[in-house]
Design a protein around this ligand. Structure first.
Ligand SMILES: NC(=O)c1ccc[n+]([C@@H]2O[C@H](COP(=O)([O-])OP(=O)(O)OC[C@H]3O[C@@H](n4cnc5c(N)ncnc54)[C@H](OP(=O)(O)O)[C@@H]3O)[C@@H](O)[C@H]2O)c1
Length: 238
């Protein structure tokens, strides 16, 4: 029996791919998207890959109609797709600001806006946003990225307050450094410096994040909402 419909943006690689694989192998129907055509070898038939740019409301509308027709509207939305365009602030191009905000923040708005209606109707839903430790502590070269991720905390809290009475939880997960394409530019020296600041002494792996996402999507997490939970090996402690 299918446990629920999960929509994962940015499912072709890295953290999103790991989330999609975990859910599809645990009895969920998973719709995973990215801007390029893709497939995931480790996923079973419960996985449906779709080409979708989350910055295009037209694409999202078409996708919504397709899923509605197939009775596949999600009760669990995982806003994972994200990009970086790092540069020191003085040299940051306007388009690097615009693209990062449009994908990481507006993309999350676009998907949440279209899929929440059905969750409200059913009085059941989970929205999980993949934020970043960078949005909580700042990072040189990431004014655009950190701003987009910090904004997700306000988004998460405000929406959680609006839809809590409809049995919908909204939470964020803030990964630290995770070994994916996004961090592949780091050389051995840079990695060593980072690891020196991580109490658990290692860079994270995608499943460190996906296991937390799975918990937040579960019935056991039904009393957790409006939170941003770090999964960073202790890099940031309050
Ligand atoms: N890796 C880390 O250390 C780390 C740390 C903190 C937070 N995060 C966050 O975790 C999330 C996943 O990161 P990752 O490391 O797994 O990144 P990644 O390996 O670069 O994968 C990003 C995914 O997002 C998709 N994507 C990008 N822009 C898109 C768009 N406009 N529409 C649809 N899909 C889009 C990419 O596919 P296409 O290119 O084909 O579109 C890809 O599937 C991001 O939100 C990131 O900010 C990562």
């Amino acid at each position: 029996m299918i446990k629920g419909n999960v929509f994962v943006s940015g499912a072709s690689r890295g953290i999103g791919k790991n989330i999609a694989t975990l859910f599809s192998n645990n009895g969920f129907k998973v719709i995973g998207t990215s801007r390029n055509e893709f497939s995931i070898a480790d996923c079973n038939d419960n996985f449906i890959p779709l080409k979708l740019d989350i910055t295009s409301r037209e694409n999202i509308n078409d996708c919504f109609n397709y899923l509605k027709d197939k009775n596949l509207l999600p009760n669990i939305l995982i806003n994972n797709a994200g990009i970086t365009a790092d540069q020191i602030f003085m040299r940051m191009k306007d388009e690097d600001w615009d693209n990062v905000i449009e994908t990481n923040l507006t993309g999350t708005f676009n998907l949440s806006k279209i899929f929440i209606k059905n969750m409200i109707k059913n009085k059941n839903g989970r929205i999980i946003n993949i934020s970043s430790v960078s949005g909580l502590m700042g990072n040189p070269g990431q004014v655009n990225y950190a701003s987009s991720k910090a904004a997700l905390s306000g988004f998460t809290k405000s929406l959680a307050k609006e839809v809590g009475s409809r049995n919908i939880t909204v939470n964020s997960v803030a990964p630290g450094y995770i070994d994916t394409d996004m961090t592949s530019f780091l050389d051995a020296d840079a990695k060593e410096k980072i690891i020196n600041n991580i109490p658990l002494g290692r860079i994270g792996i995608a499943s460190d994040v996906s296991e937390l996402v799975m918990f937040l999507a579960s019935d056991e997490a039904s009393y957790i909402t409006g939170q941003t939970i770090s999964v960073d090996g202790g890099l940031l402690m309050y």
